[in-house]
Design a protein around this ligand. Structure first.
Ligand SMILES: Nc1ncnc2c1ncn2[C@@H]1O[C@H](COP(=O)(O)OP(=O)(O)OP(=O)(O)O)[C@@H](O)[C@H]1O
Length: 241
């Protein structure tokens, strides 16, 4: 299968502190790829470098065959950061319209996309409210809608379901699966939730800035002789010490 994202010998340091160390990773078009790992292991740094908002100290990232950073690529990427970047004094709808207007879209499409994205995250009835009055979970949902609104080929979601109730979490995952199956989207998610990792086609375990292991959930369980991913995670951590 064609690679959507190709990461080669990628390193990142902040001052003297090495945060990512010689990471190699190929992510195929049309797969859901999960990044799991302890807090501070480098997952967010890695996804920011795929989006192109952090520069590499060494190595390269290619997205859809083009080297990152590349402004043109942003049309093809929907990024949901860990911290919500929203305008609190604007309504949910105004936030969605603003972000959608950054991309080339016909007016009619824009209206349809806003309606679709809001519906997906169950915010349609709240779109008229100012974001300052949203709960934490509502802000996460709006951020997810913004990541999707321009119909990007690649979705990069940094802990998308934190603060979202279980029912909506299930429905968001169902939709991510549909986006993959029906539209061939490539989706990268970081998560601490093992049952979400289980839903990914492949996962990489990040630890201290490196990839400890990567494969399908089944492959990783076999490799580590583990009954579930939680055990793989703990076992891989022990082996790394
Ligand atoms: N701008 C920065 N300047 C200096 N250090 C940074 C910066 N951003 C991240 N770091 C450091 O890089 C390391 C990796 O952080 P990162 O946010 O990528 O981890 P993470 O795996 O996403 O963690 P979490 O699961 O808690 O979100 C941490 O030690 C963090 O303190």
């Amino acid at each position: 299968m064609k690679n959507s994202i190709s990461i080669n010998n990628l390193s990142k340091a902040y001052g003297k502190a090495g945060v990512l160390k010689e990471v190699d990773l190929q992510i195929a078009a049309g797969e859901i790829f999960g990044l799991i790992g302890p807090s501070g292991s480098g997952k967010t740094t890695l996804v920011k470098m795929i989006v192109g908002i952090e520069s590499a100290t060494n190595g390269t990232v290619e997205v859809l065959g083009k080297q990152v950073p590349n402004l043109k690529l942003l049309e093809n990427i929907g990024y949901m950061a860990q911290e919500d970047a929203l305008y609190p004094e604007l309504t949910g709808k105004e936030n969605l319209s603003f972000f959608a207007s950054l991309y080339k879209m016909k007016k009619a499409d824009l209206k349809d996309r806003i309606a679709y994205a809001a519906d997906l995250v169950e915010l349609t009835d709240e779109l008229g409210k100012k974001v300052v009055a949203y709960s934490g979970g509502m802000k996460r949902r709006l951020s997810l809608a913004i990541a999707l609104v321009h119909d990007p080929q690649i979705l990069i979601l940094d802990e998308p379901t934190v603060g979202i109730d279980p029912e909506l979490r299930i429905s968001i995952w169902r939709e991510l699966m549909t986006l993959k199956k029906e539209q061939g989207k490539t989706i990268i998610v970081t998560t601490h939730v093992m049952d979400e990792a289980e839903k990914c086609d492949r996962i990489a375990m990040v630890r201290e800035g490196g990839i400890l292991a990567a494969g399908t959930p089944a492959e990783l369980k076999t490799t580590y002789g583990a009954a579930d991913l939680e055990e793989v995670f703990l076992q891989a951590g022990r082996d790394a010490r």
